[in-house]
Design a protein around this ligand. Structure first.
Ligand code: SAH
Length: 372
């Protein structure tokens, strides 16, 4: 495990109620806390101009400002590197205070700009086709570090561009970091926070069954489940968490989830050549998901060095999709984005290794990256 958190806490690690408590303890009335919370957001705009500090919170009494200054910091995540792909995808490499590196990816598609967010440095889930799994888990990200990715991404966008969708599909397993994730979702969706509609947020999980229910009880966000296999034997091999929560339990839990009306669970399915992409697999998948309000997202596997898996050929992915459609299952094919900057799913760690030397130099980026 990497070094623990610094002594002065980032104020954005705290929930609103905690800020309130501290402010009351410091002798302030609670409405001041609400003011601070809105200031947190306003301050994030100031960070675009790199000027966030408690000193700028001029509405607050001096004593309170001093109190906050002594006890907290307002962190901002330093951008170590920015890479832009030919298709407009941008990858933000962020170096955290303890030297850990994480990545967020801005993905513009027709009418949308999606931010792919990391929830952990590394990951403990050990999925065998995922580059991040090779790192193992270094540590959970704090709320301020997760939220900071949104702020850092917004800072990158021009006036005419705005983030429209947020997906927790970067590094890590978000439901394995639920205490920090839930605070992040609070701050993202609350009016005192960023005021983002939960419909625009998708949390992707490898299938941590007990936490799935918790998430959908607490938040009206979209859920994506990384499925990838239709038999326990294969899923055990691809996503070892399946040994703890086998398919029948996972699907059973999905049936029982407190779902909003007309919402569907998205099942992600990485297409691996000769492994999980046969016509039989497609038919089994239709059957498996038949009892659910589900949609399937077929993902092209992104190869990385050291992996023996290969992506399924496009024709096979399309045949697979056609079988799902015949089984009355909605299925989309996710085109791989930002490939020239290794920004695609599951490649974040591979990309870091590839770019390992560039930590001290901005000019040594591989494969013709345009850096800014
Ligand atoms: N831990 C969460 C979220 C992070 S992974 C989860 O498992 O859902 C986000 C998505 O990327 C998952 O569906 C994952 O299976 C997929 N993924 C991981 N490695 C990949 C690779 N090399 N190619 C394509 N998709 C990959």
């Amino acid at each position: 495990m990497a070094a623990s958190a610094p002594t002065v806490r980032d104020i954005r690690d705290l929930a609103l109620a905690e800020i309130e408590e501290l402010v009351i303890a410091a002798g302030e009335r609670s409405f001041r806390a609400k003011q601070i919370a809105s200031w947190l957001w306003i301050a994030s705009w100031l960070w675009r101009r790199r000027a966030g500090s408690f000193d700028e919170m001029r509405e607050l009494p001096l004593a309170l400002r001093q109190f906050l200054k002594q006890n907290f910091k307002i962190g901002s995540l330093p951008l170590a590197h920015l890479a832009r792909a030919a298709d407009g995808t941008r990858k933000l490499l962020i170096r955290l205070a303890d030297g850990e590196q994480i990545e967020s990816v801005i993905i513009p598609t027709e009418g949308r700009v999606t931010l792919c967010i990391s929830s952990q440095a590394g990951c403990a889930m050990g999925c065998t086709f995922c580059a991040t799994a090779l790192m193992g888990l270094h540590r959970n990200l704090g709320t301020a570090e997760i939220l900071g990715q949104v702020i850092a991404a917004r800072r990158q966008l021009g006036e005419e561009e705005a983030l429209t969708n947020y997906v927790f599909m970067g590094m890590g397993e978000p439901l394995a970091n639920y205490p920090r994730l839930s605070r992040t979702l609070d701050a993202m969706t609350a009016e005192w926070g960023m005021g983002i509609s939960p419909r625009r947020i998708t949390v992707s999980t490898v299938g941590l069954v007990p936490m799935m229910e918790r998430l959908l009880t607490d938040f009206q966000v979209n859920l994506a489940v990384s499925l990838h296999a239709t038999t326990d034997a294969l899923r055990d091999r691809l996503a070892p968490i399946n040994k703890r929560y086998p398919l029948a339990e996972l699907i059973g839990a999905c049936r029982a989830l407190p779902m909003q009306r007309r919402r569907r669970i998205m099942f992600e399915y990485v297409m691996l050549d000769g492994v999980n992409d046969s016509a039989d697999d497609a038919r089994r998948l239709s059957k498996l998901l038949a009892p659910l309000r589900a949609k399937v997202n077929l993902i092209f596997f992104n190869p990385f060095s050291g992996s023996s898996f290969k992506p399924s050929p496009r024709a096979r992915v399309e045949d697979f999709q056609a079988i799902l459609h015949r089984g009355n299952l909605t299925a989309t094919i996710r085109e791989s984005r930002g490939q020239d900057i290794a920004a695609a799913c599951g490649q974040l760690y591979a990309a870091q290794r590839g770019a390992g030397e560039k930590q001290t130099s901005r000019d040594s980026s591989p494969r013709g990256l345009r850096t800014e």
